[in-house]
Unconditional design. Sequence first.
Length: 322
Amino acid sequence: MPITLAEANRNTQTDLDVTVIDEFRKESVVLDTMLFDDVVNPAGGGATMAYGYRRLKTQPTADFRELNTEYTPVNVETEHHVTGLAVLGGTFQIDRVIAKLGPAASGGVALNMRQKVKATSTKFQDAVINGDTAVEAHGFDGLDKALAGSSTEMVTAANWQDLDTDPSAPHKALDLFDEFLSLLDGTPTVILGNAKALAKVRAIVRRSSMYNREPVEGLMGANGRPITRENYGGIFFADPGNKAGTNSPIIPITGGKTSLYAYRVALDGFHAISTAGGQLIESWLPDFSNVKAVQEGGVELGPVGVALKSTKSAAVLRDLTV
């Protein structure tokens, strides 16, 4: 049965896992909006976890026919894809003396757990965009690889650096933005870009009076206020952030040019995959009940992967000057 992290939260066994899942949801729009199809059953004692599916390449057609004649057969084209499931996360070590210092909410254990959740969320988002098993064998392939050379890869010469000098510039930018979104086979769920690109997107959609910032039900920040998400006409947009452990953006700016990604989350579109009956997220606190002074804690997400069932369920706008 396909689930989201919000639904997985309701099935957790411990308060710790509830807290950790909430942290994943707070840190990542990608994870919070993603649908996980728990269909992979690694039975039989094998070490390989893989998910095979057919990706729709062309759209179905229909036509009129003359009486006493037959339709001209036209079949949709598909191609077979296999994606592997990957496990990601991390551990940390802490001395029992340090673990006892300060309030529990801001102590060494809580700090390290939050940072591991942040790094794991970022790593997943990086793989969703840039994943390439030819580069990182233990990961999974992402959108950048899947959309290369596809009908929903849009290359532009547009320059969004200055939207004020020319009065028509914002309108042209909004037209391009909507043209990009129209490449998809339905309303996208999420638009992803780096901070600089999204600043331009924000400026453009505000001029259309369709910019919204709304709270997420059930998610509260450290200050006690609701977590909010930006959207354009109901389409979330978010910055996946920097690569884990670096200051390099997941969606880079090269020579002043960058990309925007959009995808529609659905079982017939773009979705995540997980193991049948498995637990999406697990967490471990340091166990100081034994004699060793230094103990380990950690978090783990997976096994997970992503599947693009239809090429038109995701799109990329490349070479956008910001």
